[in-house]
Design a protein around this ligand. Sequence first.
Ligand SMILES: [Zn+2]
Length: 308
Amino acid sequence: MRDKWGEALTTQEPIPPFVTPPWQQGPKTYIDKDDETARERHNRETATGHDLSIYTDGSGIEDRIGAAAVCPHTGDNQAAIWSVIKAEGRTGAYILEEIARQIQDLQDRGRPVRIRWVPAHEGIPGNEAADMAAKEATGWRENGRRAPTASEPPRLFTLRSTLKRRCKQQAEIAWNAKWRKETKGRATFRNTPSPTKRVLKIHKGLRKRDSALLVQLRTEKIGLKDFLFSRKVPDVASSRCDCGAIRQTVAHVLLHCRTHNDLRNRIFGDRPGRHNLRTILNKPQLATKAIEYMEQTQILGQFGIADA
Ligand SMILES: [Zn+2]
């Protein structure tokens, strides 16, 4: 993993134990009950001219996240914009910590900070500007042409959630590749083309011997003539089934064997998927039926699973 993600791993975000000390008074925060109330409060408070308003927004376009802070009353082009590439995730406390520090700094200097959530961009020019700036930080432009992205923030770490997801993806890719290239266990590969921990689910709640039988059905290493004959088991003279079929395989017994037509119809009924080996061996309900069926055929005889 370190080879693949060397750089990213060393820039993993630090996660501070506290974003703010528990005794610290944070900024006053408003989340109004609806758009209208929020807009009215915004218009009322900004009309006084006492406040400095900074509008912020974030925008995700084509895997890029742009963030912007716009301060409309300090002249043109005061937008501070950053682009952050693929920084989704719920961690990010280090960012909050920085915000908290700066807010505290302002409050200590007698400048109270209020955080206000104002939904929708329409009707509030500052918000509209922040929305546009956040989009443009990703390189997006209204005319459809792309432009360079805005510069990255001075401190940018890979969020732990992002790292975790990448590691998981890498492991899955490696597992898949190995699964395909492996020369052993090809029956299992046929029955479950993509490796998955879901396989464990079909064993949940099964008695130990039933679980063992299911493994045998899925791997096709099982006391049926086709496998026994191929392994040159003494006294097994051919791969033939008693019904006359040339190969007594798992598929033959579960899907086709004439000798057990009645039993099969009784146990599987008209459940969807009963004619598909892969489905039978991967769906918990059908797998349970397959176990019941195999036991009742008594076909495994001395090669079956001994009672513990
Ligand atoms: Zn048969």
